[in-house]
Structure formats: C-alpha cells, structure tokens
Design a protein around this ligand. Structure first.
Ligand SMILES: [Zn+2]
Ligand SMILES: [Zn+2]
Length: 76
C-alpha cells in the first residue's frame, strides 16, 4: 500500500522528509502552476520540494534539482 500525501508544501515537514519516509507527494511546480497532481518520489536537494522528473527537474549525480534551482546548482 503506497503512502500518499496530497497536502500542500509544509515547511515543518518538507517534501524531503516525506519522500525519505517513502511517502509520495505531488510535484509542487505542477501543483502551483497547473493545479495538477502528479505524484513523485523525487525532491530537490536545494529547496526540498518535490518535482516530477523530466518536466520540472532532473537528477544529476544522484542529486535532484528542480527547474527553479537547476541552472544555479548545475554549475556547482
Ligand atoms: Zn511537475
Ligand atoms: Zn529546487
């Protein structure tokens, strides 16, 4: 049985914490921009928010980066 949290981003229990517990959360960029729920187990190492892989972020060297943090993080 998969655990899913359809709530909004919570600063006291961010997506990194949820995902590391194995809880699926919605991509925050899809949620914010399109009011769309696309569940993911990926989170951004920079801002700790969930992102869907492909459209809103990617993994580089096993480190997730969302499109909002991507260009900065990629140069590091
Ligand atoms: Zn997305
Ligand atoms: Zn980010």
């Amino acid at each position: 049985m998969e655990k899913v949290d359809f709530g909004w981003f919570d600063v006291d229990n961010d997506d990194r914490q949820k995902i590391e517990e194995g809880i699926w959360v919605p991509c925050r960029l899809c949620q914010k921009a399109f009011r769309r729920v696309r569940l993911t187990l990926r989170y951004c190492a920079e801002c700790k928010t969930a992102f869907c892989e492909g459209e809103h972020g990617s993994f580089a060297q096993k480190r997730g980066v969302c499109v909002q943090c991507g260009p900065k993080a990629a140069t590091k």
